[in-house]
Write a protein that binds this ligand. Structure first.
Ligand SMILES: Nc1ncnc2c1ncn2[C@@H]1O[C@H](COP(=O)(O)OP(=O)(O)O)[C@@H](O)[C@H]1O
Ligand SMILES: [Mg+2]
Length: 258
């Protein structure tokens, strides 16, 4: 079976600046990978490039998603094909209720798969069940998407979207930031419930903390726009103790100081 995600030599620019400088990464079915790295190293850029966000220009390299050329797919096509990005800063959509938004997104995906659409009642039952898992108040369904939500509520709402949409590849960008320990545990429960042989998860995180709750199969360090180190979950603990400096120096010595 083709890997869920295969990135080869990916270079990308934002506003004329090269941020990604040759990223290689492969996620197999059932795997959870963590991408860690100092602030400004390009972690969010990597997630945005994969989701196809405007303004992020790929200049070289390849990305394969379940055997398909991801870079040739429009952003909404990527979403319909099961790629999901939970934002570092979730967007608010005034005037559109969470329930409406989620059902529209879910049904778009179901149409793509040739599955029957869910009516309002069926959707409500599904959403309530998922909200129980995340200990969310069902009243959230009737509120405009993320409007007036606290930081922690927005993060929880992103994970709700994810548990309802059941993506094949979930990208989570700093989903742990701004969460207290209880919320962190609940969010982790949602992500762990997603683990399945035909899914992959990419967790972007600055801190090791989240990885106590979602144990990754692989940990990668992004510095200077490249993966400078990969390892098992113990690498995250090493980073917690030693910081990133020792690896960043290596990245510079490794050849980009031209
Ligand atoms: N929209 C943008 N416009 C200009 N510069 C950007 C933009 N997005 C990211 N950058 C720059 O790209 C670099 C990497 O940013 P980012 O991917 O957000 O890093 P990280 O998520 O690892 O903290 C930073 O130097 C940042 O200033
Ligand atoms: Mg970021």
């Amino acid at each position: 079976m083709a890997p869920i995600l295969k990135i080869r030599g990916l270079h990308a620019r934002v506003e004329e600046r090269e941020i990604l400088r040759g990223v290689d990464l492969e996620i197999g079915g059932g795997e959870v990978h963590a991408v860690m790295g100092p602030n400004g190293s390009g972690k969010s850029t990597l997630a945005y490039v994969l989701a196809g966000r405007d303004g992020y220009e790929v200049t070289a390299g390849e990305v394969w998603y379940q055997g398909r050329n991801l870079l040739e797919m429009a952003p909404e096509e990527r979403a319909r094909a099961g790629l999901f990005l939970a934002f570092q800063y979730p967007v608010e959509i005034p005037g559109v209720t969470n329930a409406y938004f989620l059902r529209a997104a879910l049904n778009a995906q179901r149409r793509q798969r040739g599955a029957p659409e869910l009516d309002a009642m069926e959707f409500l039952n599904l959403a309530r069940e998922k909200m129980k898992l995340l200990e969310m108040d069902p009243a959230f369904l009737n509120r405009p998407v993320n409007e007036g939500f606290s930081g922690g509520e927005k993060k929880r709402n992103e994970v709700l979207q994810m548990t309802i949409l059941q993506p094949k590849l979930a990208l989570l960008d700093e989903t742990d930031s701004g969460l207290d320990i209880d919320a962190l545990k609940i969010v982790s429960r949602g992500v762990n419930a997603l683990r399945a042989p035909d899914r992959g998860v990419l967790l972007v995180t600055h801190y090791q903390r989240l990885l106590n709750f979602i144990v990754p199969d692989r940990v990668h360090v992004l510095a200077g726009g490249r993966i400078v180190r990969s390892g098992g979950k113990e690498l995250a603990h090493e980073l917690e103790e030693r910081g990133y400096g020792w690896l960043e120096d290596g990245a510079v010595a490794g050849g980009r100081r031209a």
